[in-house]
Design a protein around this ligand. Structure first.
Ligand code: ATP
Ligand code: MG
Length: 345
């Protein structure tokens, strides 16, 4: 084997290290990808803190189950809100906990970390994420924009001179982007996504049924009968009667929920239309041919794909595993030297 080949092989080996990690640090969920292995952790982005000692008592799923059910001495917080870091300290605690849980002793601090953040974050928020990742002892930290990671993870031809459109609807933000030759050509980010949809369900049920429900019930309703278009069904829900203050059951229909969330759905739709308007004509033509790809948990909202397609006249596809796309995109970028090198620091 020639010296040149040996050097090439050494370079490839450097890239096939198995301990690098990709993180989708989402408002609702954090997903960790380990190179050579795939997704190794999926947890809600929640931390429960003892308000007296300021120490975490639970992180992830266990902490999410405490939301709305904590005694005075415990507070369940979501360190990320609307796609940005609202509480730096608990974000760092959460990241460190998840990495330890996912990697155990194999996380020796020599790893590369590729972490995904929303597209519209400020420089301050961006460096807060980096700081939190370095806090875990990583050697090299890079940041990738969410729509780019989502597009890579859903298998779109991002590196080619072809326009691809991705709409990532998460918990805090909905991000629409057109990507070509590895970069974002036009995009729009709105702070309206799963959380805003849940909040509109809470407000609607309170106004129309005089019933107070919590965030978790609202999310359950959304997942069971939520829809943007043409779905019928009913669901029995329990809450606190606004008049009597006592527990009470009511039946809500899919039509009720469609009305409750229509404003949020319209804002997401407008972001898609605005982005299309700002897309150069050649790329717009590609999108008409290849369609729009939906990713993020919000992609699973019934009828949203059909509504977007009807309103834009463009075919819409839901990615295979919409909740995992961003994490898969970070993983693919770590495993592919060309993609890794194309991500600026
Ligand atoms: N079947 C479903 N129908 C509608 N919404 C859903 C469904 N399943 C999950 N969701 C919603 O998807 C959201 C979570 O999606 P995701 O994990 O992509 O968000 P995130 O990446 O954490 O947030 P962000 O990207 O805004 O930071 C939650 O609001 C959740 O309620
Ligand atoms: Mg996300």
């Amino acid at each position: 084997m020639s010296f040149k080949n040996l050097r090439f092989l050494k370079g490839m080996l450097k890239f096939s290290r198995f301990n690098d990690i990709g993180i989708d640090l989402g408002t609702a969920n954090t997903i960790v990808y380990k190179t050579g292995k795939g997704i190794i952790l999926r947890e809600p982005s929640v931390v429960a803190i003892n308000t007296e000692t300021k120490r975490p008592v639970a992180v992830g799923l266990e902490a999410k189950e405490m939301i709305g059910r904590t005694p005075g001495s415990i507070e369940a917080i979501r360190p990320l809100k609307e796609g940005v870091i609202a509480d730096y300290e608990s974000t760092a605690i959460m990241l460190k906990y998840f990495l330890k849980k996912a990697m155990g002793k194999s996380f020796m601090g020599k790893n590369r970390i590729l972490i995904c953040i929303p597209y519209a974050v400020t420089d301050v928020e961006r460096s807060a994420v980096e700081k939190a990742a370095y806090f875990t002892g990583a050697k090299d930290v890079k940041i990738i924009e969410e729509p780019l990671a989502a597009a890579i993870g859903s298998g779109l031809p991002v590196s080619e001179p072809v326009g691809s459109m991705v709409v990532d609807i998460g918990g805090g933000t909905s991000e629409v982007a057109v990507i070509s030759l590895g970069g974002i050509v036009s995009s729009e980010s709105v702070r309206v996504a799963g959380d805003a949809i849940d909040a509109s369900i809470i407000a609607y049920i309170k106004k129309n049924f005089s019933l107070v429900i919590g965030e978790r019930t609202a999310e359950e309703i959304k997942i069971e009968i939520g829809n943007a278009l043409g779905y019928s069904g009913k669901m029995e829900i329990r809450g606190r009667d606004l008049m009597t203050g006592l527990p009470h059951n009511v039946e809500v229909s899919a039509e009720d929920i469609r009305e409750a969330i229509s404003e949020s759905v319209t804002l997401i739709l407008e972001a898609v239309k605005n982005t299309l308007e700002h897309t150069p004509p050649e790329l717009a033509a590609d999108i008409i041919d290849y369609g729009i790809t939906l990713t993020g948990g919000g992609a699973l909202l019934r009828g949203l794909d059909v509504l977007i397609s009807r309103e834009t006249g463009i075919p819409v596809h839901i990615a295979n595993t919409p909740l995992d796309c961003v994490a898969l995109g970070t993983g693919k970028s770590l495993e592919n030297p060309v993609l890794w090198n194309s991500i600026s620091k």
